[in-house]
Design a protein around this ligand. Structure first.
Ligand SMILES: Cc1ncc(COP(=O)(O)O)c(C=O)c1O
Length: 399
């Protein structure tokens, strides 16, 4: 199916499958394959056959299951092509490695996912790449941080844990004028909630582990790139031996089919919880750009078409670790766990003050990160209410 003219929901239903080729089966089959046999040495050794994207040469370079997923995501995001890799962090690492050279300087948003920072401060530093972290609120002022050696700017908006918005088109314009590539972790937008390439981004990186897989049962990274960036990303993924196992590819394709309806519900419940929490006396601030009072709300309205189910809250003082633990440990419906984007609700304590260097996280209260799952919102609110009762009891006991 050609993508032209169809809206995202139709693309999600029809792209990446071809029943005629697969005996009428609605879904693209799972190819368990490493060796792909050639009919003769001539074909095996023919480089044109190896390089063609649709040509299947060896399991690591992709099978029809891989291409079905990659092509669907590329079409959804309006990218030139998508490369599927083993995890979201694998996608971040691979995308960064695709562009850097020893001696380069890179600019990374101060609110990027913590393992992104660790990768920059670890492997990239060892490779001779210097990272400067920047305030995600800088906008065009990022110009003063650019150097002749600045190879790329890495964005994440909304930011991990703190959820502040970046003016992506402004930063991208300045970066591109200076000849730097623009990379963005778009996991929160899940391929549907923003148009990264229209915002000026060259490479959109997503932990497909979250909403695309959507059921907390597989790991996936996706790197979608424009025409200039895609060959570099694909070549680097190959050099790194990146690939995704066949069953995880299938689970990802299966998750994609319901992505839009799930996201709408995650958004609705996330906003319902966020509004309810904003009215609670224990809550100092809700960190959710979809709320009208949020400092990033206008940018979110301009650049995004919706929100996922992930957001944060800052608790008011007095607040102790024991009180937070009493609340979180006793939740009936919110699980305690890393990752997000599955059908289940999650709650963890988060520590933004430990994850920034260019900015200072100045909220005195502790922060929690919540993921609104697909449960009934009224049940989730009742669970939160009972959680706050335990929180108060624990505070009183400590007195
Ligand atoms: C914003 C963001 N990017 C990337 C990742 C990494 O994804 P993965 O766990 O698939 O490596 C995560 C994981 O939590 C994330 O929150």
């Amino acid at each position: 199916m050609k993508k032209s003219g169809y809206k995202a929901d139709t693309l999600l239903t029809h792209l990446g499958r071809d029943p005629e080729t697969f005996h009428g089966a609605v879904n693209t089959p799972v190819y368990h394959a490493s060796t792909i046999l050639a009919d003769c040495l001539e074909t095996y050794e023919n480089p044109a056959r190896r390089e063609g994207k649709g040509a299947i040469f060896y399991g690591r370079f992709g099978t029809p299951t891989t291409f079905a997923l990659e092509d669907t995501v590329a079409a959804l995001e309006d990218g030139h092509g998508t490369v599927a890799v083993s995890s979201g962090l694998g996608a971040i690492a691979c995308a960064l490695l695709a562009f850097i050279e020893p001696g380069d300087h890179i600019l990374v948003s101060d609110s990027a996912y913590l393992p992104t920072r660790k990768f920059c401060d670890g492997l990239l530093r060892r490779l001779g790449v210097e990272t400067t972290y920047f305030d995600p609120g800088l906008g065009t002022d990022i110009a003063r941080l650019l150097r002749p050696t600045t190879r790329l700017v890495f964005l994440e908006s909304p930011g991990s844990l703190t959820f502040e918005m970046t003016d992506v088109p402004a930063v991208a314009r300045v970066a591109r004028e200076a000849g730097a590539w623009v990379l963005m972790d778009t996991t929160w937008a899940a391929s549907l909630l923003c148009r990264p390439f229209a915002l000026g981004v060259d490479v959109s990186i997503q932990a497909g582990t979250k909403y695309i897989v959507g059921h907390a049962d597989a790991m996936l990274g996706l790197i979608t790139a424009n025409e200039a960036a895609e060959p570099k990303v694909r070549a680097t993924a190959r050099e790194l031996g990146q690939c995704v196992g066949p069953d995880d590819l299938y689970l990802s394709l299966r998750g994609l089919r319901t992505l839009s309806v799930r996201l709408a519900r995650h958004q609705e419940t996330g906003l319902a919880l966020a509004r309810w929490l904003a009215g609670r006396p224990e809550v100092e601030r809700v960190l959710h750009p979809g709320l009208p009072g949020d400092p990033g709300h206008q940018l979110w309205q301009r650049d995004f078409s919706g929100a996922c189910g992930l957001f944060g809250i800052v608790l008011r003082e007095p607040c102790t670790h024991a009180a937070i633990a009493a609340m979180v440990d006793g939740m009936a419906l919110f699980g305690i766990g890393a990752s997000w984007g599955g059908y289940e609700s999650l709650m963890i304590a988060s520590y933004p003050e430990k994850c920034s260097s260019a900015t200072t996280w100045d909220s005195p209260g502790r922060t929690l990160r919540l993921h609104a799952g697909l449960e009934d919102p009224a049940d989730l609110i009742a669970d939160l209410e009972a959680g706050f009762d335990r929180f108060h009891k624990a505070l009183k006991q400590a007195d």
